[in-house]
Design a protein around this ligand. Structure first.
Ligand SMILES: O=c1ccn([C@@H]2O[C@H](COP(=O)(O)O)[C@@H](O)[C@H]2O)c(=O)[nH]1
Length: 298
């Protein structure tokens, strides 16, 4: 059997961002490695329980171990930017290093920063995470459409130019999200429905692969889409699903919640895997066991 660290079958990336659209690269990686995305969320209590210092060195070592365990096993990792930002410039330097280690291990990187603003400010955020000289060069960025979906256009343009992706908050995994996301629009639909439709046409694939502007739809909240008549299959956009594991959603919830959209889903798990650290062997086992749990999902 091939070692999980064997990467010979992975297509080489000819450009740091790939010249191919994010959606195509993601689909290929999901077909090869399955739908699990491992979150890099160095909560202070996890750093303590791993015996690591609560500083940039601790963050870097944390990320390094998760990458060692995830490389060759999953398609994507998702660092949670807040847990790096809280340590100031040193924390963000560690994040840059972790992104570079992940990319060298052929892991796609989604920076979970939930950025959202207007005009040139939005362009600045997009440049920071997806631009040609980005200090944190991720493959994709989570963004908030609550200043209006159209306000994300500068980020859509950067993503298109760079072969990168966006994940737009649509039905987030937290119960409070419904207050805004399921509010009725002037047209009589739901806010989330308009976001889903806008994402479908933002950067569709020319080849029938996944689009490059995806959505965040929680594993805990996916069922709300069907309940409110929101079709998640429209445009074949990738669906990033946090909420699996530590927030309570199971693989059965994923199957029931996403239904016909299941093949578009990338399932994030952070704490449920990270809590078994600090040993790379144990993290690897937790990743393998989660992959088995998700095997029948995709
Ligand atoms: O709707 C959302 C959007 C993002 N998240 C983020 O995903 C992870 C989930 O971590 P777990 O430990 O697996 O619960 C975390 O970084 C959140 O900020 C989300 O949970 N829900």
């Amino acid at each position: 059997m091939m070692s999980p660290h064997t990467t010979a079958t992975v297509s080489p990336r000819v450009h740091p961002f790939g010249v191919r659209p994010f959606g195509e690269r993601l689909e290929e990686a999901l077909d090869r490695r399955g739908p699990l995305c491992v979150g890099i969320d160095p909560h202070p209590q996890l750093l303590r329980s791993w015996g690591l210092p609560l500083d940039e060195r601790g963050l870097l070592e944390f990320g390094r171990r998760v990458i060692d365990a995830a490389a060759g096993r999953v398609a994507v990792i998702k660092p949670q930017v807040a847990f790096f930002e809280q340590y100031g410039p040193g924390g963000l330097e560690s994040l840059a290093e972790i992104i570079s280690l992940a990319r060298a291990s052929e892991l796609l990187v989604i920076a979970d920063a939930k950025r959202g603003d207007i005009g040139t400010t939005m362009a600045g955020y997009a440049d920071a995470w997806l631009g040609a000289d980005a200090p944190w060069p991720a493959d994709a960025l989570t963004v908030s459409p609550y200043l209006g979906f159209g306000a994300l256009q500068p980020a859509v343009e950067t993503a298109q130019a760079r072969g990168a992706g966006l994940f737009v908050l649509a039905l987030t995994s937290n119960p409070e999200g419904a207050q805004v996301q399921l509010a009725e629009t002037q047209a009589g639909g739901r806010v989330a429905e308009e976001i889903v439709r806008a994402a479908a046409t933002a950067l569709p694939s020319a080849t029938g692969a996944l689009g490059s502007v995806g959505l965040v739809v929680g594993a805990t909240t996916a069922a709300l889409a069907a309940e409110h008549g929101i079709d998640l299959t429209v445009g074949r956009v990738p669906l990033l699903a946090p909420g699996f594991g530590a927030q309570g959603a199971s693989s059965q919830d994923l199957r029931q919640g996403f239904g016909p959209a299941s093949r578009q889903v990338l399932v994030n798990s952070s704490r449920q895997i990270l809590q078994v650290g600090p040993e790379v062997t144990e993290l690897s086992e937790a990743i393998e066991s989660t992959r088995r749990d998700l095997a029948s999902f995709r």
